[in-house]
Design a protein around this ligand. Structure first.
Ligand code: GLN
Length: 446
């Protein structure tokens, strides 16, 4: 069913970079045989899933939407892929994204531009734009994305689907091509909250292959889907409804708070005073980490190698000049500068300190409240090409999602109505490792 839908609509949506049709049919036959033998099956048995193209899949081309990895066939599976296999899902293919997950519109892909299924002239968001668009277009019911500064939640919001960024450390990053290792998390994108909870359940948990994966028990997330949020205390940061947030987005959040109140929750305005520094802090830290992480693409070990180099140094330089796109180069330069001696204290170290202040803001609020609620993005999806000339306007799109990554807490985007035919998202943010309460509120709301 997925493949016939992909054939019908992917010419327009352009969500998939690579399909894995032969293996998928093989897997489906295997599962059919298992079913016929009456062998045990879980909730995800036989479910078609699409995978963001920065998650490595054994033998299946993994490009990060970059020319530098155009022909990269990994020799191992990411931990999340192994977990999916244990849960007997069927991998349909690999999904488009901004190159190396740097962007908010999927327009930075080296290969194609994915369209928003609700309006083909609008962007699907990013960087997991392919993952969100494929679910919204009905091509797959499940997908995996990655979120460093909003890349699961913002495209989920733009495409009207459910996207969860779990707590940092909840899901193994082994086999996720690193962008900013202290911020990156893999998470599920689905049509509804229940599916989302099942998918996170399948991929979460300790992994000896990832030193930052948390030694914390994974609860049964579906137990939280009771619909009962009586007595729950919601904090609404005034910084999330202020300047830059469009009136229709603000109104949709205020309306949703009334809905949550009618279900028995209460809400109050709070302040996250360091929010205004989040964007600059994020771009210093994430670019610094990226400049280090991307140094491994040198033409020696993987992917593209230039054909016209006279010596080794020239080979490195030309390979990287030919292989990386403009935005990736911009981040590498910014990060290299921020880390360079003489500037380290003024930029990188300072940004680390501000990150702590931002984290403390969240902790203070969570001493008194169960969840934080606000918009996912300041506006609905913008038009393709609208923000490509000005990186700073593009960066500003993530102003409401980035603080969550800096604090390391979980956050979900759930559909919250429409504005001029384009979906809006409601963001629900929880305490560290309390995805259950986030799901509880999201499920009661949807
Ligand atoms: N849009 C943000 C960036 O460009 C976030 C990306 C992400 O979460 N991967 O860095």
């Amino acid at each position: 069913e997925s493949y016939s839908r992909i054939k019908d609509v992917d010419g327009k949506v352009q969500a998939f970079l690579t399909l894995d049709e032969e293996n998928a049919w093989k897997k489906a036959d295997e599962l059919d045989a298992k079913l016929a033998r009456g062998e045990a099956k879980g909730p995800l048995f036989g479910m078609p899933i699409g995978i963001k193209d920065n998650i490595v899949t054994k033998g299946l081309r993994t490009t990060c939407a970059s020319k530098i990895l155009d022909n990269f066939d990994p020799i191992y599976d990411a931990t999340v892929m192994e977990r999916l296999q244990q849960n007997e899902t069927i991998t349909i293919g690999k999904l488009n994204m901004d190159e190396f997950a740097m962007g908010s519109s999927t327009e930075n892909s080296a290969f194609q531009k994915t369209a928003n299924p609700w309006d083909l002239t609008a962007v699907p968001g990013g960087s997991s734009g392919g993952s969100a668009a494929a679910v919204a277009a009905g091509e797959v019911p499940f997908s995996l994305g990655s979120d460093t500064g909003g890349s699961i939640r913002q495209p989920a919001s733009y495409c009207g689907v459910v996207g969860m960024k779990p707590t940092y450390g909840r899901v193994s990053r082994y086999g996720l091509v690193a962008f900013a290792s202290s911020l990156d998390q893999i998470g599920p994108i689905t049509r509804n909250v229940e599916d989302n909870a099942y998918l996170l359940q399948a991929i979460a948990g300790i992994d000896p292959m990832d030193g930052t994966s948390a030694h914390i028990e994974v609860p049964d997330f579906t137990k939280a889907l009771t619909g009962d949020i009586k007595g729950l205390k919601i904090a609404v940061p005034k910084e999330y409804l202020g300047e830059g947030v469009s009136p229709e987005v603000r109104q949709s959040v205020l309306d949703s708070l009334k809905v949550l109140e009618s279900l028995g929750a209460s809400y109050e305005e709070v302040s996250l005073p360091h929010s205004k520094y989040a964007l600059s802090t994020y771009y210093i830290l994430s670019s610094s980490e990226a400049s280090a992480n991307l140094s491994r693409f040198d033409g020696v070990r993987y992917g593209h190698r230039t054909e016209n180099a006279e010596n080794l140094l020239e080979m490195y330089k030309k390979t990287r000049a030919e292989g990386f796109g403009e935005e990736v180069k911009r981040r590498i330069m910014l990060g290299t500068f921020a880390l360079s001696s003489g500037y380290y204290d003024a930029y990188y170290k300072k940004a680390q300190k501000v990150r702590t202040l931002i984290k403390n803001d969240f902790e203070k609020v969570f001493d008194q409240y169960d969840v934080i609620v606000g918009p996912t993005a300041p506006t609905p999806a913008f038009k393709m090409g609208e923000n490509t000339k000005d990186p700073l306007t593009m960066y500003a799109n993530d102003i409401l999602t980035i603080p969550v990554n800096l604090a390391g807490v979980p956050g979900i985007s759930v559909p919250n109505g429409f504005s001029n035919g384009l979906p809006l998202g409601l963001q629900i943010i929880g305490k560290h490792f309390d995805e259950s309460t986030v799901y509880k509120v999201a499920h009661a709301f949807e």
